[in-house]
Design a protein. Structure first.
Length: 113
């Protein structure tokens, strides 16, 4: 004859409270893996993109100012007097053309992908 067990039904390794705790831990780990980790990666991606965009924008502004100074200083008396506005117009048009070319190249790349 076998003796009855003195342990309650919920104390074993497959007991319901233990399974609930394991399920909670498993769900928490899954949520962390599928949401928190990708969001951190996305945040780094966005941060690097913004930093790159700011640096490129700053570089373009400096190139524009440099081109303006070259036109004003190195062209002699060509852009003096009534033509003093011309270097500004030339730089604005050049930056506009560069921006349009960049925009069109970006659109062509998106269409290709």
């Amino acid at each position: 004859m076998t003796a009855p067990t003195d342990t309650p039904a919920d104390a074993g390794p497959g007991s319901l409270p233990q399974l609930v705790l394991e399920l909670r831990d498993l769900v928490a780990a899954y949520v962390r893996q599928e949401t928190v980790v990708p969001l951190k990666s996305l945040g780094r991606y966005i941060l690097m993109g913004l930093a790159g965009a700011l640096l490129l924008g700053f570089g373009v502004v400096l190139l524009g100012v440099g081109a303006l100074r070259v036109l004003q200083a190195e062209t002699g008396s060509t852009f003096r007097g009534d033509w003093s506005w011309a270097p500004y117009g030339i730089v604005v048009v050049a930056l506009g053309v560069g921006g349009a070319l960049t925009w069109m190249a970006r659109g062509a790349r998106k269409a290709r992908d």
